[in-house]
Design a protein around this ligand. Sequence first.
Ligand code: NAD
Length: 265
Amino acid sequence: MSLEGKVALITGSSQGIGQGIVLRLAQEGADVVINYRSHPEGAEETLEKVKAIGGKCYMAECPHSRGHTIQADLGSVVMVRELITESIEHFGKLDILVNNAGIEKHAPFWEVTEADYDAVLNVNLKGVFFATQTFVQHLLATKRPGKVINISSVHEDLPFPNFAAYCVSKGGMKMFTRNLAVELGALGITINNVAPGAIETPINTKLLNDPEKLGALLKNIPLGRLGQPQDVASLVSFLASSNADYITGSTFFVDGGLLWNYQEQ
Ligand code: NAD
């Protein structure tokens, strides 16, 4: 297994893509920290699935359990720092940070409120910024290499009308990654973006329940289907492994070809 002996924190892993990443990294042998904000049942479900992968290993009985859940609102820098510190305290170190938590708010640009702008930017960009900073401080203090993987979106490049704040956050994430690739390269720390297209998760519930919109979207996807969390997770597990040691500062799309075939509905 390519991640044996590694410890990974995956933010926003109580459902959707984050849960898929947790399971895949655990399958590859990593010890994982599951983070949630307001959905403890989802985090518990993720934890149970991780335990199932780890066989007989249960948190209460096993000193080196394969999963640990922490509540933290990634819109709060104080909580972000606590999340990283607590993860390190639990497992003794952190090798891989997956910045997955993200939200979007629908509104025409001229109706976006300050509260909605702040909510999106705080979780999608500020939280990512300071989680990564705290992780890098830990790697510096322990003189170890590490890997940061950001879950971005095709909308780091592609306009998404009525989701201006979301596009600002993912576009910002693109430059964050390029900048840090240069700044952190000499420290042996790599950083890359994984940019999903349309993945079947709760964030897309409205779309999934609208046959007309869904049909139109599917026509835009050359591979003819929505993505699944495991489609994203398999790329994350590669980027988290030593197979990707020479890769940094890049964005990798997981979109069934959507980006090159996109037509606004
Ligand atoms: P989701 O809504 O199913 O899951 C989002 C996760 O983030 C949840 O676990 C939620 O609890 C967590 N989260 C939200 N706000 C948080 C906060 N303040 N603090 C801590 N956790 C918080 O969505 P998803 O589809 O799994 O999205 C995961 C990531 O993938 C997001 O960054 C999203 O922008 C990105 N993405 C998703 C798609 C898609 O089609 N599903 C496409 C492109 C990019």
